[in-house]
Write a protein of this length. Structure first.
Length: 224
């Protein structure tokens, strides 16, 4: 059943993700309004919802939902060669602001971005609160790629990645997948599938299945 998106106020709540609009340009839209406070963002991810656009602020839960099975991450021959060669140094949570700014910056084929100044500020606060994390890819002292996302219990929601040198973002993603598997995370959310994430092993599942998997892992005592 299709529903109109809910208009949020100052109260800290969301309608059920299953109430998202179905069909047309609003497909997956759950709510409009609210804010990007740490508390609201954490609540959204716990319920399978994420913010996407600013002015107005919109909250989404797409159907179907894209995930990356941790055991299904595909390492191409090119990426495997780059990893063996050790072209990059990889770090975690060393430079979160620089990674999210890199994801927000214009790039070939991308002249604008959904990562607005308010998103930059909101997710930086989320990082300072211990929920948002980054993986950095370096060549010497130069940041050449990275990925960031949100961890809540055993969920990791990948938000965006960027590269300034070929394969750098994929190397960062590979190290992220390894970290999540080692730490016992149960669900890597991609939100929506892109050609790049499909090549890396991303798949789609029905929203209802995603919400069931989320409920099983969101309270797991794992740490990034």
């Amino acid at each position: 059943m299709s529903h109109d998106p809910v208009l949020l106020d100052e109260r800290l709540w969301f309608p059920a993700a299953s109430r998202a609009a179905a069909g047309g340009r609003r497909a997956g839209l759950v709510a409009v309004g609210g804010d990007l406070s740490v508390e609201r963002l954490v609540l959204a991810y716990r319920q399978g919802i994420f913010p996407w656009t600013d002015n107005p602020l919109t909250w989404w839960s797409p159907q179907p939902r894209a995930i990356l099975p941790l055991a299904g991450f595909h390492v191409s021959r090119t990426l495997a060669r780059v990893l063996r060669q050790g072209r990059f140094t990889v770090s975690f949570d060393r430079s979160f602001p620089a990674v999210i700014e890199g994801c927000a910056a214009p790039a070939p084929g991308r002249t604008n971005t959904w990562i607005s100044p308010s998103f930059l500020a909101g997710y930086t606060r989320l990082h300072e609160a211990g929920y948002a994390h980054s993986v950095e890819c370096w060549q010497g002292a130069r940041l050449v790629g990275g990925v960031y996302g949100v961890a809540v219990g055993g969920l990791f929601a990948g938000e965006s990645m960027f590269h300034r040198v070929s394969e750098a973002s994929k190397v960062a993603l590979c190290h992220l997948v390894r970290r999540l598997a080692e730490r016992g995370f149960g669900l890597f959310d991609l939100q929506m599938l892109t050609p790049a994430t499909r090549q890396l092993g991303g798949v789609t599942i029905p929203r209802e299945e995603y919400l069931r998997r989320l409920a099983r892992v969101v309270d797991q005592p794992v740490k990034f």
